[in-house]
Design a protein around this ligand. Structure first.
Ligand SMILES: NC(=O)c1ccc[n+]([C@@H]2O[C@H](COP(=O)([O-])OP(=O)(O)OC[C@H]3O[C@@H](n4cnc5c(N)ncnc54)[C@H](O)[C@@H]3O)[C@@H](O)[C@H]2O)c1
Length: 468
């Protein structure tokens, strides 16, 4: 099938490349000429495992790039809209990009097409998209609007797309539902997984995902509710971690104990410095706004956001507790992106912490395996960038671990101790065992666990994050 994907960002580019790998002919549309030129010339503008391979396979044949949305719409049976939906000042989703795309698409609708929302949008957006297209003079028989929310995670986006737990498709007509079934058939009938050239997936790869057909409104709500629930899980465990710190319990043991309950599950129960990225913060806010608008006061979501904000402040206080004063202190920082495995620094808690520490007068040398170019655009020369974790640690008063890259969890601890001026590690991602760290000669602080010291004397319990 010929498909247009509008927006070649983290979602659109991955979706387009994966649709091409499923056998479809894909036109990727973007209005960013620089991005298009980079894509055409063989560059891969984002860091995602397997994406270079997929682009290499399909670029120029099943995957082409264009800035002509009208023509792409004309040529395609389905048009996936994957443009950004950033937050407005009031916390609502800014749908102006979606609206302008809907208007432009109208010019290309000359026979039946399905316009598919791939962007995360509030409930009723499909209604608005429909209205815009009708207002532009298109007959209602000529198109349907469907919702196909995307659940991929940056860092594992390609495998998430090709090996999803489920595919949600919101359709208000059987005709559009049928077209969506055809698009995803290579996944739902399992044929993709039989191919010898299929991208390798996780262990459960052999099980074809179910395709869940709902109304468009339900599909829109499924996406917002999923993200809000996951953010709630993260804030919940961070709140539990704070209690653990107050009473001297170990949050990792608590996570193991509750996460093995199959009703709860262990995923997204990783205590840390709070969620970030381009999705959770804006989607929780937008869902809060949608609920308010619809007459329901979803105060639980206020608390999810408050705990998340607080978690960064608690980590800052932890650094104070470890170092007493920050002015003039030299700090090594591992991780700048909002999480490991990605180069995305949007709403990154790591970046927030770095900027706060700079304001306190600290000097920072940071290392991130993928996000340094993007971070340099924001931080400029206010910090130094290192070529490795050890270089970031060199001569530092303490090392901060802010994202959970695998390579940060497997450092040579002997070498690290020798590089640091003082063997102090403040770990915002709980990558190490406190006992191992103290045995290796480190003073080690983490989240929801008692600090450990080389002499084995535990730190006095900190109450409410303040110095004991
Ligand atoms: N990033 C994620 O992990 C993720 C996961 C699931 C859902 N989402 C949702 O998907 C949507 C896109 O997110 P993203 O992270 O890919 O955004 P992004 O900012 O990386 O990409 C958006 C792209 O759309 C392009 N664009 C904007 N207006 C356009 C127009 N009028 N015509 C053509 N192109 C246009 C931009 O140039 C950009 O390349 C958002 O709604 C987001 O909430 C994101």
């Amino acid at each position: 099938m010929r498909i247009a994907v509008v927006g070649s960002g983290y979602v659109g580019l991955v979706a387009g490349a994966c649709f091409a790998d499923l056998g479809h002919e894909v036109i990727l549309v973007d209005n960013d000429q620089q991005k298009l030129a980079a894509l055409r010339s063989g560059q891969v503008p984002i860091h995602e495992k397997f994406l270079p391979e997929l682009l290499g396979r399909h670029r120029g044949n099943r995957l082409t790039f264009s800035d002509d949305l009208k023509e792409a719409a004309q040529l395609s049976a389905a048009i996936f809209v994957a443009v950004g939906t950033p937050p407005t000042e009031r916390g609502e989703a800014d749908l102006s990009y979606v609206e302008s795309v809907a208007r432009e698409i109208s010019g290309g609708i000359d026979d039946y097409k399905v316009v598919v929302e791939k962007s995360t949008v509030p409930v009723y957006t499909s209604e608005w998209v429909r209205r815009i297209i009708l207002r532009n003079g298109i007959d209602s028989d000529c198109f349907d609007v469907a919702s196909n929310p995307e659940f991929l995670r940056e860092g594992t986006a390609v495998t998430d797309f090709l090996f999803p737990d489920r595919i949600v498709v919101g359709c208000d007509s059987e005709r559009s539902a049928q077209l969506m079934r055809e698009i995803y058939a290579p996944l739902t009938d399992g044929s993709y997984y039989q191919r010898t050239d299929a991208i390798p997936g996780p262990d459960r790869a052999a099980i074809p995902p179910p395709l869940i057909v709902t109304s468009t409104k339900s599909a829109e709500l499924i996406k917002h509710a999923s993200n809000a629930f996951l953010a709630m899980k993260i804030s919940f465990i961070n709140a539990v971690a704070s209690v653990c710190e107050s009473v001297g319990a170990d949050v990792n043991q608590v996570v193991h104990g509750i996460g093995t309950d199959s009703r709860i599950g262990g995923r997204f129960l990783n205590p840390g410095i709070g969620y970030g990225g381009s999705c959770f913060p804006k989607d929780v806010m937008a869902f809060r706004a949608v609920a308010r608008e619809s007459g329901y006061d979803f105060r639980l979501l206020d608390e999810v956001m408050r705990i998340n904000e607080d978690q960064r402040q608690r980590f800052l206080r932890k650094i104070y507790n470890a170092l007493w004063t920050l002015r003039g202190k030299k700090l090594g920082v591992l991780g700048l992106a909002f999480k490991g495995g990605t180069d995305d620094i949007r709403e990154s808690p790591a970046l927030f912490l770095v900027q706060s520490l700079l304001q306190e007068g600290s000097k920072i040398t940071a290392y991130d395996p993928a996000a340094m170019d993007r971070a340099r655009n924001v931080l400029g020369t206010s910090i130094s960038f290192a070529g490795s974790s050890y270089e970031a640690a060199r001569g530092a008063d303490a090392l901060l671990i802010l994202t959970e890259w695998e390579e940060f969890a497997t450092l040579d601890l002997n070498r690290l101790r020798q590089e640091l001026k003082f063997p102090i590690v403040i770990d915002g991602r709980n990558l190490y065992d406190p006992d191992v760290m103290s045995a290796q000669g480190f003073t080690y602080y983490s989240i929801g666990r008692t600090a450990s010291h080389p002499d084995g004397i535990p730190t006095p319990v900190a109450k409410n994050g303040k110095k004991a």
